[in-house]
Every structure is written in structure tokens, then in C-alpha cells.
Design a protein around this ligand. Structure first.
Ligand code: 13P
Length: 212
């Protein structure tokens, strides 16, 4: 894929996150692999004003190769892409329901079997840590172990995918799960699926493929 196409896809994904209500204003950011480098959204620029040329090219260590100021969260984008070779895109959102659960400081339990889409029977939530710092990246990497999503305490959500479309579909599932968890908490005591029940789901998901 050419760098120009990656720039377009990164802008499209950033716009979709806003259209879908997952982000607003300058909240959130996104990155995608670009050869051995990383293309990432710029810092503090509302998506409505972003152009393809505003995307910032970083090397694998996070050094700016081309463009202006990268997202303040470039450390966790860099560290995730470095640690997880199967992952091609990283999305960060301050979506309402994921952030609500993150503000409760709770992991999302197996309240619905679709949690398996994020890679396990929980979605972990990190402790609170100030945005843009290495400590937040370290906590995120730990919470993402074996998972395609995590919550950042008092902050938001990270979703991963093999490409931007995959990461966006994971993000939508996580937001839905967090909404269901929140709603069940309002109505009573959520019924949580057991490890055995989740194991069965993981096995069934292996043979369940989206028709393309
Ligand atoms: P940036 O505009 O620097 O990407 O920061 C937004 C954000 O969501 C920080 O967590």
C-alpha cells in the first residue's frame, strides 16, 4: 500500500470515529503501519480540519520523519505496533460508554459473549495515568496482553486490528459491550458468563467467519 493511500485511510478512519460518535473535537487519535514506519494523526487538530497531508510519519522508534507534531499518544501507538506484529492499526477513543466504565475503573466482564471479539473473557482497564506519558503506554501494553482492546482508567479506550477497518469494528463492539454492561448495572446485577461458557464461544468463533 502506498503512503498516500495510508494517509487517506487514516483520515477516513478518523472521520468515521467522529461520525459514529466514538470521538469528538480533538479527542482520540489513530495510527497505521506504513512499511516499517508509522503514520499517525497530528496532535490537537480537530478531525473536521484534518487533511491527508497533516498525518505525521514516524520511524519505528517514534522519531518524526515527516510532518508536524504527532499525537501526544505516539508512545503507546509506537509501543503497541512494536510489540504486536499481527496488529496493523491502533485507534484511541473517548467514546461515551467505554469512558464511563473506564471512569468506574472497572474491567469489563463477560456480560455478553461478543467480548470474545476483543480476544478474551474480559476487557482490562488500566489504572489512571496522565495522557501522553510513557507510563500510560506501559500500562496499556500490559492491559492489551492477548487482547485487541483495553480501557484506560478515567480516560477512554484503545482498539487494535490487523488494519484500520478491523480496528474500527473492534472499537464498535467494545463500545457496545460497555453500553450493555452499563445498562445492566443500572437495571440490576449483570449475569456474567463463566470461563467454561466463554471457552465454548472462543471455540465456536474459530469456525465463524464473516462472508466477504
Ligand atoms: P492528541 O490530539 O495529541 O492526539 O491527543 C488527544 C487525546 O485523546 C489524548 O489522549
Amino acid at each position: 500500500m502506498t503512503e498516500q493511500l495510508s494517509r487517506k485511510q487514516l483520515l477516513d478512519a478518523s472521520r468515521r470515529m467522529v461520525e459514529l460518535g466514538l470521538n469528538r473535537g480533538t479527542a482520540g487519535n489513530a495510527s497505521v503501519r506504513c512499511g516499517g514506519d508509522i503514520l499517525i494523526t497530528p496532535s490537537a487538530l480537530p478531525v473536521a480540519e484534518m487533511t491527508e497531508q497533516d498525518m505525521v510519519l514516524l520511524d519505528a522508534e517514534g522519531k518524526v520523519l515527516q510532518g508536524g507534531k504527532p499525537s501526544s499518544e505516539w508512545r503507546f501507538h509506537r509501543d503497541i505496533l512494536k510489540a504486536r506484529p499481527e496488529i496493523g492499526a491502533v485507534l484511541h477513543m473517548h467514546s461515551t460508554f467505554a469512558t464511563t466504565i473506564a471512569c468506574l475503573g472497572r474491567d469489563v466482564p463477560a456480560v455478553h459473549y461478543h467480548i470474545a471479539i476483543a480476544g478474551g473473557d474480559t476487557i482490562r482497564c488500566t489504572p489512571y495515568s496522565v495522557f501522553g506519558e510513557q507510563n500510560l503506554s506501559d500500562l496499556a501494553l500490559e492491559a492489551l496482553h492477548g487482547r485487541k482492546a483495553c480501557l484506560l482508567g478515567n480516560h477512554g479506550m484503545i482498539a487494535l486490528g490487523k488494519d484500520l477497518a478491523d480496528a474500527l469494528s473492534v472499537a464498535l463492539e467494545v463500545e457496545y459491550l460497555c453500553e450493555i454492561y452499563w445498562r445492566t448495572l443500572q437495571a440490576g446485577e449483570p449475569h456474567i458468563l463463566t470461563q467454561q461458557q466463554m471457552h465454548e464461544v472462543q471455540e465456536k468463533f474459530v469456525g465463524y467467519k464473516k462472508r466477504s
